[in-house]
Structure formats: structure tokens, C-alpha cells
Design a protein around this ligand. Structure first.
Ligand SMILES: [Cu+2]
Length: 184
């Protein structure tokens, strides 16, 4: 069994008024990838998109810092994370192996901003889809970053905050926490 862990630290906390944090673990055992995420102090009572992001070429992805706020609007938005974290790769949703990013199958936080997510994924299925998207079936989890997104729809965001994905706007995609995945 190979185990990976990411310690997920807050992003944009001052702007959203809460410091979202938690842990993600990935356990590869045979054909099974067991994923577990537990988050605390996320914006309450809303769905939180979560994925691992990375670079298809295998370059190591890093969590963003304030330096990624290149337009100086005080927010690190999804687009601004790409130079250091790469692209959205695999959703931690109700069917990661489908790699369907923009939909409503992600965990929902309770009234305390807590949620726990757990799923078993077929590595064969996920790797097949991953190869079709990125040209390699190697997930290279230790080169990736876990992202958690999502702020309430009524949180005021300046127009400079980017990250619309199909019918979902920047409230859905704004990063609230991230953590680099490493071998446990
Ligand atoms: Cu993401």
C-alpha cells in the first residue's frame, strides 16, 4: 500500500472571514484508491468543490502565496493559482473516475463548516480517464496540490476575481484552502 497525505491550509482567509483547514489522504491498494478528506472552518452550509491540481508534464505543483495575487485585488483566484499549481485535474466528488469537474457532486459543509468526504475509486478507471485528458496514466500524487473551493453566493467579490467555469461563477471556484500532497 502506498499512502499520501496533504495538510490543507487556509487561502483567502482574511477576505472570506474563516480559516478553512484540514487533511486529505490517498491510499493506493491494488486497484483501489481510497480518498479521505476532512475539513474544518470552511464557509458553512454550502457545497465545496475540491480537486487535485497539477502539471501534466510532472512538474511539482506548489500551494500559492500572496505573490500569486498578480492583479492585487486581495484575492488569490483560480486563474492566479495556475502558474504555481497547474490545472484542475481530478475532482474529489461523487465519481472521481469520471473526471467531470463542473457539476454538483461535491461535499457540503454543515452549519459549523465541517465536512468529511470518503470514497473508493478504481485506479484502472481513473488512470484511463487521466491518460485521455493528460497523456499519461501516472497520477503522480506527490507532485499535486489538493484544493478546496467555494464561498457563499452573497459574499461580495470584485469583478477582478476570475474563475468562471461554465455556469459556475467565482464564488464556486474561489480557493479557500490548499495543501501539497506528499508520500506519508
Ligand atoms: Cu480545484
Amino acid at each position: 500500500m502506498t499512502k499520501y497525505i496533504a495538510h490543507i491550509e487556509p487561502l483567502n482567509a482574511e477576505k472570506i472571514g474563516t480559516k478553512a483547514h484540514g487533511t486529505a489522504t490517498f491510499e493506493e491498494k491494488g486497484d483501489q484508491l481510497h480518498i479521505h478528506v476532512e475539513m474544518f472552518d470552511t464557509p458553512a452550509n454550502i457545497e465545496h468543490w475540491e480537486h487535485f491540481h497539477g502539471f501534466p508534464n510532472g512538474q511539482k505543483a506548489h500551494v500559492p502565496t500572496a505573490a500569486q495575487d498578480v492583479n492585487h485585488d486581495g484575492f488569490i483566484d483560480l486563474l492566479e493559482t495556475e502558474p504555481v499549481s497547474g490545472t484542475t485535474m481530478v475532482p474529489l466528488d461523487d465519481a472521481p473516475e469520471n473526471m467531470n469537474i463542473p457539476h454538483d457532486g461535491y461535499p457540503v459543509a454543515d452549519s459549523n463548516g465541517h465536512y468529511e468526504y470518503e470514497i473508493d475509486v478504481s485506479l484502472t478507471k481513473l488512470q484511463k480517464k487521466f491518460k485521455a485528458a493528460f497523456g499519461s496514466d501516472k497520477l503522480q500524487l506527490d507532485k499535486r496540490v489538493v484544493y478546496v473551493h467555494g464561498v457563499p453566493a452573497d459574499l461580495e467579490l470584485p469583478d477582478t476575481v476570475g474563475g468562471c467555469v461554465m455556469s459556475y461563477d467565482a464564488h464556486t471556484t474561489l480557493p479557500i484552502a490548499a495543501g501539497e500532497i506528499e508520500k506519508a
